[in-house]
Design a protein around this ligand. Structure first.
Ligand code: FES
Ligand code: FES
Length: 180
């Protein structure tokens, strides 16, 4: 089946098997290996991306279901050489150990903050409960999300302005992938 999908601001048109999972399309066709696979049970959340602005586990979505949609991966978050504030907060708060869960955690955290810009600790833990950290680094992950929230709050300064500038848009040139 032929699909056209915008990924991190670039449009791709490819022929895919109807059974191909979105995560495999991203990694194997587009080389978006920042999105990782941590389980085969849809439990870990390591594969989380945004589909039309909302987080999804890309191992539980077919590539054909993304036809006509905008997908954002962790690789599409930085703007003008600057990390997204949530990425920066994970860095600043040492919110990773092996880092395997980090792409999915960050994508889920951004979705959480879009729904609740000022979550308390319980709300962060609840919002991230679909994402597992095998290194059990949850304490610093929660701290990072709350740190990002405070810096992204309207009027909080340059980081807040960066967020309003960093709306995900399809502004990169169109590209036709080499589907067969
Ligand atoms: S790889 Fe998707 S939930 Fe684990
Ligand atoms: S930092 Fe290792 S799985 Fe989370």
């Amino acid at each position: 089946m032929r699909i056209t999908v915008s990924v991190d601001g670039t449009k791709y048109t490819d022929d895919v098997e109807p059974r191909m999972l979105l995560v495999h399309y991203l990694r194997e066709r587009l080389g978006k290996t920042g999105t990782v696979v941590g389980c085969d049970t849809s439990n870990c959340g390591a594969c989380t991306v945004h589909l039309d602005g909302h987080s999804v586990k890309s191992c539980s979505v077919l590539a054909v279901q993304a036809d006509g949609c905008e997908v954002t991966t962790v690789e599409g978050l930085a703007r003008d050489g600057r990390m997204h504030p949530v990425q920066q907060a994970f860095h600043d708060n040492h919110a990773l150990q092996c880092g395997f869960c980090t792409p999915g955690m960050i994508m889920q955290a951004i979705d959480l903050l879009a729904d609740d810009p000022d979550p308390d600790e319980n709300a962060v833990r609840h919002g991230l409960e679909g994402n597992l950290c095998r290194c059990t680094g949850y304490q610093n992950i929660v701290r990072a999300v709350r740190d990002a929230a405070s810096k992204m709050a309207p009027g909080a300064g340059p980081v807040a302005e960066q967020v309003s500038d960093s709306e995900i848009t399809s502004r990169a040139p169109s590209h036709t992938g080499g589907g067969s």
